[in-house]
Design a protein around this ligand. Structure first.
Ligand code: CUA
Length: 361
């Protein structure tokens, strides 16, 4: 088929430019709105160090950082060599005046060259495999000392159940562990399980990712050396609210951690007000546990010491009175797709239930 002799090129129409500008403005506006309605999380998290694997504070994370820098250095070396050879070839063999008639030498098959480009990459990959295997082995071979803290973490759509079997503590989404003194290490060993689909447990400053798989128990450990709050998240797509399946690890000096343990082991503040009656007479009790009451559900987080947690909705919102009211009224406003249904309570009943939950220290 013959093409028409000349197809006039369409000039960029002003309309197209305006549309593009509007799209960009829209994206910026949407991002700004999202930041403004982050339920206090942006401001709270901005006071914490970002979850950066190149800023480790715990033993397995130190090893992973060293390995990562080694792999980056090797890859950077390869990039430099390839880039330099490429630049040399482009400059040295560029087209010059008088070259039009000549063809460059055609090389078919060269044993030395083929040998070099097979063996050198093989050696590099082999070194990377060995160093990675060694790091994995060192991390996985660690044996829990008798004084290690033991935690069971169970991934749910979309929150983390946290159990301390030896201490009879159940909480959610915020894990408290003591800081480990190098002279007397107190590492924390975690058993990871899933109640539904595959998740992945990742607190970048403390350790590498570990998959959380149904019908299987994976283990990992951390040994934090510095007190602080470390942000983590689910690292495996697990459904609508995967992005809001956040967690935080609170690393405290031993004495402070002991206090936290003692407070968590107490039964909930016994309060027999209207809020508790409403809570106990609705479907809340089928999914949530509050020790010392009829509520013993396990589908949702244990609320016995609800006010000891900084966030609600697995890190979706700060645990403030206003956010809590919105959450009880309709969790989907804060976390669309959350499996907690709206209970259709009146405003007065929402206030009463919020008041009751806020008494659970
Ligand atoms: Cu759980 Cu992604």
């Amino acid at each position: 088929m013959e093409l028409p002799e000349s197809t006039p090129r369409r000039r960029a129409r002003p309309l197209r430019c305006i549309t593009r500008c509007l799209v960009v403005i829209g994206i910026v506006a949407a991002a700004t709105c999202a930041a403004a309605s982050d339920w206090g999380m942006g401001a709270a998290n901005s006071r914490l160090a970002p979850p950066d694997m190149f800023n480790p504070v715990s033993t397995p994370a130190y090893d992973i950082e060293t390995l990562a820098w080694f792999a980056i250095a090797v890859c950077a070396g390869i990039a430099l060599v390839v880039g330099a050879l490429l630049a040399y070839s482009i400059i040295r063999f560029r087209s010059r005046a008088g070259d039009e008639e000549r063809e460059p030498p055609q090389v078919y098959g060269s044993n030395p060259i083929e040998f070099a480009w097979t063996v050198v990459p093989l050696l590099i990959v082999f070194v990377l495999i060995l160093t990675t295997a060694r790091t994995i082995y060192t991390v996985e071979a660690a044996i829990a000392p008798p004084n290690a803290i033991r935690i069971r973490v169970i991934g749910h759509q979309w929150w983390w159940e946290v159990r301390y079997p030896g201490l009879k503590i159940v909480t959610a989404n915020e894990i408290h562990v003591p800081v480990s003194d190098p002279a007397h290490p107190t590492p924390t060993f975690l058993d990871l399980e899933s109640a539904d689909v595959a998740h992945s447990f990742w607190v970048p400053r403390l350790a590498g990712k570990t998959d959380v798989i149904p019908n299987r128990r994976n283990t990992m450990w951390i040994e934090p050396r510095r007190p602080g709050v470390y942000l983590g998240q689910c690292a495996e797509f697990c459904g609508t609210e995967h992005a809001l399946m956040l967690l935080r690890v609170v690393v405290e000096p031993r004495a402070q951690w002991d206090q936290w343990v003692a407070a968590q082991q107490k039964t909930a503040a016994a309060s027999s007000d209207r809020g508790r009656r409403i809570f106990e007479s609705t479907a809340c009790v089928n999914c949530h546990t509050i020790k010392g009451t009829v509520a013993d559900g396990r589908f949702g987080p244990d609320l016995t010491h609800f006010m000891s947690r900084e966030t609600i909705g697995s890190g979706a919102a700060m645990n403030t009175h206003d956010n809590l009211r919105i959450w009880i009224k309709d969790p989907a406003v804060i976390k669309p797709g959350a499996l907690m249904p709206r209970m259709n309570l009146s405003d007065a009943d929402i206030d009463a239930v919020a008041g009751y939950l806020e008494s659970l220290h």
